[in-house]
Design a binder for this molecule. Structure first.
Ligand code: C5P
Length: 219
């Protein structure tokens, strides 16, 4: 049986770090689904296009090559804002759905070539829309200021120029757009474990997630 773990939550809540650690512990393939939307948004703006134009964004999403997901420029706030705009377009979400579901159902082998035990996907709508049958669903959140501070530090660490007030403002704008859109908004599934990481470091958040996993008797 291929185990599927869905991790959802707003920006900089700790999804990526948690997904990576769970993938390592349980031998799972990992997919950061935000990168798919970032790649689409970034491609549209790099060509001088409008990320809110459905025609262009949908065509870009349909032509997306997974090899494009490693571009460091996808980590910038400009790419995040463009991602948040293209991701509100239903045709873009539909174009990316099969790739995500296929990854969950047929996870690629691990880096060392051994077969994966399953997949962990992180995003905004994995537990609600992409993999509603996931064996484990975790909704990870933290106070906005805490998330903005984390994001600010991450941008600095990666060598990108950043101003905290701007990062906070962008994050609030993106949260509002992601939660308010009608196509697959950011939301916790009814059966998700809610994990608030405002006062938790990565080790503590991981320990809580592992504790929750152990209640499911999957391994
Ligand atoms: O997770 P990340 O910050 O990289 O996501 C960038 C943007 O992509 C989000 O703000 C959101 O608009 C969109 N996204 C989404 N659904 C997902 C993952 C990301 O709409 N499953």
């Amino acid at each position: 049986m291929s185990i599927v773990i869905a991790i959802d939550g707003p920006a900089a809540a700790g999804k990526g770090t948690l997904a990576k650690r769970l993938a390592e512990k349980y031998d799972l393939a990992k997919l950061d689904t935000g990168l798919l939307y970032r790649a689409v948004g970034f491609k549209v703006i790099s060509h001088g296009g409008d990320p809110e134009d459905p025609k262009e964004a949908e065509a870009t999403a349909r032509a997306l090559d997974p090899d494009e997901l490693t571009n460091e420029a996808l980590r910038t706030d400009a790419a995040a804002q463009a991602a948040s705009k293209v991701s509100a377009i239903p045709g873009v979400r539909a174009a990316l759905l099969d790739f995500q579901r296929n990854f969950a159902a047929h996870p690629p082998p691990l880096d060392d070539g051994t077969p994966a035990q399953g997949a962990v996907l992180d995003g905004r709508d994995i537990g609600t829309t992409v993999c509603p049958q996931a064996h484990v669903k975790i909704f990870i959140n933290a106070r906005t200021e805490v998330r903005a501070k984390r994001r600010f530090k991450e941008l600095q660490y990666r060598g990108h120029k950043a101003i905290y007030a701007r990062v906070l403002e962008d994050m609030m704008e993106r949260d509002a757009r992601d939660s308010g859109r009608s196509a697959s908004p950011l939301a916790a599934a009814d059966d998700a474990c809610i994990l608030d990481t405002s006062a938790l470091d990565a080790d503590q958040a991981f320990a809580k997630a592992v504790e929750f996993m152990s209640t499911k008797n999957l391994f």
